[in-house]
Design a protein around this ligand. Structure first.
Ligand SMILES: Nc1ncnc2c1ncn2[C@@H]1O[C@H](COP(=O)(O)OP(=O)(O)O)[C@@H](O)[C@H]1O
Ligand SMILES: [Mg+2]
Length: 305
């Protein structure tokens, strides 16, 4: 599967986790988490004060992270600190080792959230509304202290040759290059807000994870990416419903050109990415996936008027 080798946390890392949890904590189990396309993720069960709790350790192991790892730890830690106290279903920061001085590699420790990842919430219509509502609340968290984020770099986007519809490609490239509403009030941006980073328990959206790209930026960065994820994994209708609910819940109009630019983050890598993250339930058909995304892109173009 071309996966990187997974190494269990070192003794040094385990001792660091125990010290961070406190109360004579002992790690009693470790389990690799699915995903980990970039970072190495483990869920650790820790017994402290007679109680067992789960925590999640993200490690930036490998030479390629020597330069970037500390900044990514800083970014996620700053995001989680800013989110604390806002009653959102997000992890609490327990400790950060930006340089790897304590654990060997840049690392971040957070609480584990309840629930499980799913390609689709059990009740899709209700789940889409919850995704929109939680995102509107994330976007209300003060972000003045945070670094700017624009992880998909949509200002340079064009439609990268994955569509078979040449007319659509031409219209999109022209539209994406046009002026958009800039300098609107920046908001707290998750940076990778899409269905693969959500956890569900029954019908509740019980967790939003993966805050590595959190920062201050445009709301469309999250809105467009979530719409893209919904279209790619599920349906174009779900992506359109998400936009309707988001605009209602947030009380703002999404800039259609910025939305369109985020939608253009789609590409040929999405199918393999989805199957790495969801080995048992990923969509199998790239063409069907691309056609659902095209439907949403056409609707976004129509909104430009
Ligand atoms: N705080 C957390 N609580 C529970 N599960 C988590 C937590 N953080 C991550 N996970 C699980 O691990 C998976 C991978 O973590 P994520 O942060 O999304 O990294 P990546 O996308 O780089 O693999 C998530 O999809 C989720 O299932
Ligand atoms: Mg993720």
């Amino acid at each position: 599967m071309g996966r990187r080798e997974h190494r269990s946390p070192s003794e040094q890392a385990l001792r660091w986790v125990e010290a961070a949890v406190g109360g004579n904590a002992r790690v009693v189990r470790t389990a690799r988490l699915v995903g980990g396309l970039t970072a190495t993720m483990d869920r650790l069960s820790v017994v402290a004060g007679g109680r067992e709790v789960d925590v999640v350790l993200r490690r930036w192991a490998g030479d390629q992270w020597r330069d970037w790892g500390p900044g990514l730890v800083d970014r996620e830690a700053a995001g989680l600190r800013a989110l604390a106290g806002h009653e959102l279903p997000v992890p609490r920061l327990l400790a950060a080792d930006r340089s790897g001085g304590r654990t060997g590699v840049p690392a971040l420790l957070m609480t584990a959230l309840p629930g499980h990842p799913a390609r689709s919430p059990k009740d899709l219509a209700d789940g889409v509304r919850k995704m929109a509502s939680v995102l509107s609340r994330i976007h209300r968290v003060p972000a003045e202290e945070l670094a700017a984020t624009d992880p998909h770099g949509f200002d340079e986007r064009t439609i990268h040759g994955w569509t078979r519809d040449a007319g659509l490609a031409g219209a999109v490239n022209e539209a994406a290059a046009g002026a958009h509403e800039s300098a609107r009030q920046p908001v707290f941006v998750h940076g990778d807000y899409q269905p693969l980073n959500m956890l569900w328990r029954d019908r509740a959206l019980s967790g939003v994870v993966d805050w590595t790209f959190a920062g201050s930026g445009r709301r469309e960065t999250d809105v467009g990416l979530c719409r893209l994820g919904l279209a790619a994994l599920l349906s174009a209708e779900a992506a359109e419903e998400f936009l309707n609910w988001y605009e209602k819940e947030a009380g703002v109009r999404v800039d259609p050109r910025c939305d369109l630019r985020s939608l253009l983050a789609f590409g040929s890598g999405w199918l393999s990415h989805a199957s790495e993250q969801m080995p048992h339930s990923a969509p199998a058909d790239h063409q069907a996936m691309a056609e659902r995304v095209e439907t949403v892109i056409r609707a976004a173009l129509a909104r430009l008027g």
